[in-house]
Write a protein that binds this ligand. Sequence first.
Ligand code: KG4
Ligand code: ZN
Length: 400
Amino acid sequence: MIILSIETSCDESALSIMRATGTMKKPKFNIMADNVASQIKIHAEYGGVFPALAKREHGKALTPLFIKTLNDGGLFKEANKEWDSKTKKKIEEALSREPELLIDFLREFKKIKKPKIDLIAVTTGPGLEPALWVGISFAKALSILWDIPVIPVNHMEGHVISPLLLSNIEKREDEKTINVSFPALALLISGGHTELVLVKDWQKYKKIGQTRDDAVGEAFDKVARLLGLPYPGGPQISRLAEEARKNENSKRTIELPRPMIHSKDFDFSFSGLKTAVLYTIQKIPKMTEKIKVEIAREFEDSVTEVLVKKTMSAVLKHNVSTILVGGGVAANKNIKKNLEDAVLKYEREQKTNLIIHFPRTDLSTDNSLMIGLAGYFQFLKKKKGIPLSRLKADGNWELK
Ligand code: KG4
Ligand code: ZN
């Protein structure tokens, strides 16, 4: 079946089309088109994501992105011809208004032929509700117009499933699948979430730990800000930390805590770590590049140690043999390497098999392919979409 997926939960407007076949055990998918319009530059000025701004930008981005995606997927060659700039503007305006006001939008879409799409998968939570509504409105409008079923997808389930999308973007197809044995453990580390989730089966989740305050990506972003580095801070801190590790003469001069590393539960806390960085900076008479690099390394080491320790304790306690890592912070090389080393150590010590899967780097951050695949899995189980009246944004939707 051909799936159109829509993701607008935070600061990326993402649309893709994939052909999905096969079972949940052996899914096959062919990526026909995949586009992301990032708002990062716009939010960078403010050092974080502003919901009203995100909503407006999604409204502007979705229509041109939709046309491009249809064209890339070879589904709709004439789209560009028929959609003059006036039409596009009207649709953008309709989308940036309240979700109920879709009449203008539908009137414009009526001018075009129905492309071959069998299912729409759309993120309905968790995330910023005004931003989520833009994607939901878009999905609703297309569904009404072209009579296509809609499946609501949990953004975090998308991140859990993201390591399954191994495809090579150049070839745009993938017949490979990865084996996941249940129960598996998902470590979800992003700008909005830090969670350990037991995956009893697809669609059967149990959250076993989470952050009590800041998410790990948020901590990277806040510490980067304290160091005068631009948003998003994760890649910036990571670059500095790597510099420090390359320099063999650099000694560990900064000491930061490893919050909650010895607690018996699987919870995290990163806001105290950010405050510890603030106090460290306040005590330094003059900030130099060398000190910045040292702080970045010590901060990244602290976060890594805590994530590795908690993940491995959860693996042991729940006797899992697959770990799935997802979320923007999964792109962090130091965290990845240390998790991989810990997995090898665990295998040696426990004399058992343990496999860890990471998403492709470009699919660790928000994208719609993961939403499409999660939507496909849901459809395999339910065999139908949900009534449009029940399609609503839920900013706090928890994985269950
Ligand atoms: O999953 P994501 O794109 O959005 C949310 O759903 O939150 O994650 C974005 C987060 C940002 O906080 C960003 O700083 C962080 O992922 N991030 C990184 C790296 N790349 C992105 N954090 C650490 N190291 C990285 N290489
Ligand atoms: Zn995300």
